[in-house]
Write a protein that binds this ligand. Sequence first.
Ligand SMILES: *Cc1c(COP(=O)(O)O)cnc(C)c1O
Length: 364
Amino acid sequence: MPRPIQATIHTAALRHNLARLRAAAPGARLWAIVKANAYGHGIERAYEGLRGADGFALLDLAEAERVRALGWRGPILLLEGAFEPRDLETCSRLNLWHAVHCEAQIDWLAMHKTHAPHRVFLKLNSGMNRLGFAPGRFRAAHARLSALPQVDEIALMTHFADADDAKDITAQWAVFEHACDGLPGERSVCNSAATLRHGHEAAVRADWVRPGIAVYGGSPDHPRHGAAHWGLQPAMSLNAGLIAVQQLAAGDTVGYGSTFSAPQPMRIGVVACGYADGYPRHAGTGTPVLVDGVRTRTLGRVSMDMLAVDLEPVPQAQVGSQVTLWGRSSQGAVLPIDEVAQAAGTIGYELMCALALRVPVQVL
Ligand SMILES: *Cc1c(COP(=O)(O)O)cnc(C)c1O
């Protein structure tokens, strides 16, 4: 028998989440963000659930090749654009739309020989200070691009730093509106948080929304709101088996560093999942976990291949019982990945993306 651990990609959940995001931004077209191998889900595995999107957005040209290899003929957007001049040849060959965020990318376009002119997304730095033209340089960049025969359509985009918290998008939205005032072209501003929180507002004009995490059923603003609040379903589950049960006496300790000590006699279970599977090592005692669909907690440090769980709330659990590290149990109970991430001091995004290669994955 193979080691009892398995991830599941839920096609129906991906479809559901897309529908939920469409409802949140009526009239907008939707890029499904599939960077980082579809947030760890696997581009090929997620494709069936995501092909109802209007386009796929990603960073890596090799990932764009994979989306085309799946037979997708619709829009693909490179969110960071070309990394070097010859990437534009790939854009021409695969018909990729690409972001333009700096002068060098315009220089490369001006030198590029192509039969079919490109569609580009001109990026404004509205305050995040990662990528994009400063507001004072935006119009000049637009004028330069407009003059190039290599370019036919120019859309306008920016990215919010605070769409997921109380500070919110107001200041950056004003910068974007001002910089784009009077410029033609479609607009794309909303990530998951902005789509769910503001996609329905007429003021936030969005021709294209760009949700990532919400497509996969993660909440963009946990712990303020959980995925259930937003009506999202987990697209990835990580389940493993109990491979041993131990009866502890009061004072017995668990795992490396003996960080957990039993306050009274208790039954614990050992799970075939560790940090080499992508489970976060920083998740300390008390991280939520489901055993046979019943919520309990981890105990002690996470090892490379195993972790321990408290079986006191689940007296019927035994070797072979199913342990849900995140996502859905076979009983249908859900453990949000965001809660596990929070216990480990990180976000659901990181856990999804870090699912280890050694974990077998099934697509449902
Ligand atoms: C990753 C990314 C997104 C999606 O962000 P989520 O928070 O996952 O919705 C949107 N736009 C750009 C430019 C990105 O890089």
